[in-house]
Ligand binder design. Structure first.
Ligand SMILES: Cc1cc2nc3c(=O)[nH]c(=O)nc-3n(C[C@H](O)[C@H](O)[C@H](O)COP(=O)(O)OP(=O)(O)OC[C@H]3O[C@@H](n4cnc5c(N)ncnc54)[C@H](O)[C@@H]3O)c2cc1C
Length: 402
């Protein structure tokens, strides 16, 4: 699958920090993980922390899947607002999903403190009403979040203008957010995991999976085999190769990184900013004072069509930014586009899938895929250990209606 093109900022910024070998022999392991992006890296991290040896296999060079294109905002906010999610999956599951996403930011912070060179910055976030007509829904969303104990405030237009210099009818200000660099973090995690006994092989395509009475047998494109008691599939949007097609809708999204500014912050607290309109626009800054702006999504997968639109989408994103912050110079330096996927209820699919024994899925679908990947790592690690995870039902395949 063609996952991205252009110059994703993380790839330009960090290049190839580490090399990993190709698999060139047969192996046996307690757990095999297919996919070495952020989901596979967090999965392997959870496993090694639990004392379970694992082998990670990736068809690409590590990190060059969707992870390399990520803009790496860490938000507890799911693409589907809490008020809508309650209608889709019930109040208990909706609130718990939001709570788990908020907690996963704390957990990612802990992990990043433990792992060398793992980027993580605490941030606050602003969720802006794009139009006056969005205010009633935004106020209801604020109330719902406040009621469940999330650390939020409602800001009126005067406060937004005064503190941030933004013209907007209102916004939810959240004190639970962060940013990372998913690509750099993935490498940092693999380096940590390798020291704890994990094995990582890239440029190693898994071409066939056989389900055995006890475990699975993987065969690579080079004809080597990996026998494992358990398999974790962390193949991002390419997971569609294993599943009924409609669990995820694939879209095209666009991003621009500006030239760096000499100093920051560029706006109030350099907080993360996004908004109510669909598709939404989002903005953040980087530690070297660049602005990253993303959005302008299109509801199709076609990579040729997606790539053709990149110059005009980049221009639109630049204009979107300048409309919000006319006083901040924005000179685009790197532009890129990528595929991303959303599910009907905005929640990812995590855990076992009936048709594939001894196998678990660790998927991070949606605009906040990284927080989902962390939740997946925890749930699947427990399931591999034979434990029931209390939140597994929220994300299980049983909710798929076809
Ligand atoms: C432009 C853009 C911006 C984004 N911004 C954000 C953001 O701000 N915050 C956020 O949380 N999320 C964001 N996302 C989403 C986030 O990047 C993804 O959720 C995340 O990177 C998915 O990681 P992954 O490891 O699941 O998938 P991937 O990074 O795609 O890794 C899966 C790996 O599996 C490998 N693979 C597939 N099939 C096989 C096989 N048969 N054999 C061996 N290997 C295989 C692939 O080579 C790939 O490397 C964004 C996505 C895009 C495109």
């Amino acid at each position: 699958m063609d996952l991205h093109s252009g110059y994703p900022y993380s790839l330009v910024r960090h290049g190839l920090p580490f090399n990993y070998p190709k698999l060139e022999g047969d192996l046996r392991t307690p757990v095999a993980v297919i996919g070495g992006g952020i989901s596979g890296a967090l999965m392997a991290h959870a496993l090694v922390r639990a004392g379970i040896a694992c082998v990670v296999l990736d068809a690409r060079t590590v990190g060059l899947g969707s992870t390399g294109a990520s803009t790496s905002l860490l938000q507890y906010e799911i693409d589907v607002p809490l008020t809508e999610l309650k209608e889709k999956v019930g109040a208990a599951h909706a609130q718990r999903a939001y709570e788990l996403c908020a907690r996963s930011i704390d957990k990612l912070e802990k992990i990043c403190k433990r792992v060398d060179d793992a980027p993580f910055e605490r941030k606050h976030s602003l969720y802006l009403a794009s139009f006056k007509k969005d205010l009633p829904k935004l106020e209801a969303e604020y109330k719902a979040r406040k009621e469940m104990g999330l650390d939020v405030m409602f800001w009126d237009p005067a406060k937004l203008k005064d503190l941030v210099g933004l013209d907007s009818p209102g916004a939810i200000y959240s004190r639970t957010a962060a940013q990372t660099d998913a690509y750099r973090l993935t490498h940092a995690l693999h380096q940590y995991n390798l020291k704890k006994g994990a094995q990582v092989y890239d440029r190693t395509l898994v071409q066939d999976i056989s389900f055995l009475k006890k475990g699975v047998k993987l065969t690579t494109a080079q004809g080597y085999t990996v026998q494992a008691d358990h398999l974790v599939i962390a193949t991002g949007y390419e997971t569609l190769q294993y599943l009924p097609a409609k669990i995820v809708d694939l879209h095209a999204t666009y991003a621009v990184a500006s030239e760096h500014h000499e100093k920051g912050p560029l706006w109030y607290e350099d907080c993360l900013i996004w908004e109510t309109k669909d598709p939404y626009l989002y903005m953040r800054t980087t530690p070297e004072h660049r602005v990253i702006v993303g959005g302008r999504d299109e509801k199709f997968y076609n990579p040729i069509k997606r790539d053709k639109l990149l110059p005009s989408k980049a221009k639109q994103l630049q204009q979107d930014f300048s409309k919000h912050f006319p006083h901040i110079p924005f000179a685009p330096e790197f532009t890129w586009t990528g595929t991303f996927g959303t599910t009907q209820d905005g929640l990812p699919y995590i855990g076992p899938y009936a048709k594939m024994p001894n196998t678990f899925f660790a998927l991070g679908f949606g605009g906040n895929g990284i927080t989902f990947s962390q939740i997946a790592a925890e749930i699947v690690c427990d399931q591999i250990r034979g434990k029931q995870h209390p939140d597994a039902d929220i994300f299980s395949f049983n909710r798929y209606k076809g």
